[in-house]
Design a protein around this ligand. Structure first.
Ligand code: FE2
Length: 351
């Protein structure tokens, strides 16, 4: 146990990311399960910068070797695993819904087929706006989830930042009364406008930098919001706060993802506190609900500089937990201008 504690302390000192013996144990358990760096990050559920540092320290202590692009336990590593009784990860996720708790069926099925074709022509993710989008199944699973919770039918829905083409999926479902999107990237707004015209979707799509306060007419005008904020406490406060500012009243809902890839649990706790302080209740937390398609700019992201082996990610590794929040009495949004860099902290890896 001493060695886990020692590595955790060293890793925290080198990365400024909170680390526990349990963090080291989880990384070792992931290495038992897979030699692939990205899968180790995925399975361990620890922030990428911390996983990379822990692996380097395990290597320094002779417990792990890097052979080509493979991460393997040494004989000493295997002995430690036996001594501490560390076990491999075993998944029991539902294979029917992929653990999301909803399936795309019935009236949503036809809209989803259309969406699959439409999204093939979407503009690629670019680094400038820290973009990354989820799989089309994932986008539609969010529609299914929100409908399941009663947040779409006859409602005014707003999407703040729309890498995932949520607005198109929502409008194709035919459920909301109105769909608005605010998005900084003109390419995306133009694409959504074109699709909206072609399919008669009536999406209200506008170019807007969310660091600026919201256009006046969207404040207090919506029943439900969707957003996908950058992964710092400040950014979540700002972007979710914007979402909350668009809501009409109490008992309205918001949807967004928060990842473990760039967040320690200590940071998560601060994030949850910010949400509670805004007058929100966290009604749903769905682990690894969101799965991001690997983006082309991985070599430019901070995480790539940190990896102990240089193998491009092949399978999906960047996932996030889906949050659903609801406003109660006394809720308060955030619509001040955002100043300074709110995109980066010690735990971020994709910026
Ligand atoms: Fe299921």
């Amino acid at each position: 146990m001493e060695i886990l504690k020692q590595i955790a302390q060293e890793a925290e000192k080198n990365t400024q990311v909170p680390a526990y013996p349990r963090s080291v144990e989880k990384v070792i358990a992931a290495v038992i399960s897979t030699p692939n760096f990205w899968k180790v990050v995925d399975l361990s559920d620890e922030p990428l910068p911390l996983v990379a540092e822990i692996l380097k320290l395990l290597n320094k202590h002779g417990l792990v070797v890097f052979e080509g692009n493979q991460i393997l336990l040494t004989e000493a590593g295997n002995e430690l695993v036996k001594k501490l009784g560390i076990e491999t990860f075993v998944s029991h996720r539902c294979s029917c819904c992929n653990g999301r708790g909803v399936v795309i069926e019935g009236s949503l099925k036809e809209a989803f087929e259309k969406f699959l074709k439409i999204q093939e022509k979407r503009p690629p993710a670019i680094h400038q706006y820290d973009q990354g989008f989820v799989t089309p199944e994932n986008t539609f699973a969010r529609v299914a989830l929100a409908d399941d919770r009663g947040d779409l039918r006859g409602k005014n829905v707003i999407v703040l930042g729309d890498d995932d083409l949520m607005s198109i999926a929502l409008a194709l479902s035919g459920l909301p009364k109105k769909v608005t999107i605010l998005e900084i990237d003109e390419r995306l707004v133009n694409f959504i406008k074109e699709v909206s015209n072609e399919y008669n979707l009536n999406i209200d799509a506008r170019v807007h930098d969310l660091r600026q306060p919201l256009p006046e007419d969207v404040v207090g005008a919506y029943d439900t919001f969707f957003t996908d904020p950058p992964e710092t406490v400040e950014a979540i406060k700002a972007f979710v706060g914007r979402g909350v500012a668009t809501l009409k009243s109490e008992r309205c809902a918001g949807y967004f993802g928060v990842t473990r890839r760039e967040s320690s649990l200590d940071k998560w706790r601060r994030i949850q506190k910010v949400l509670l302080e805004m007058g929100l209740v966290i009604t749903d937390l769905l682990h690894n609900f969101n799965e991001y398609v690997n983006w082309d700019y991985y070599e430019d992201m901070r995480g790539w500089q940190l990896t102990p082996v240089k193998e491009p990610p092949k399978d999906i590794w960047y996932k996030s937990t889906q949050f659903r929040v609801e406003t109660v009495r006394g809720f308060k949004g955030f619509n001040d201008p955002i100043v300074g860099d709110i995109y980066n902290d010690a735990e971020s890896s994709t910026t």
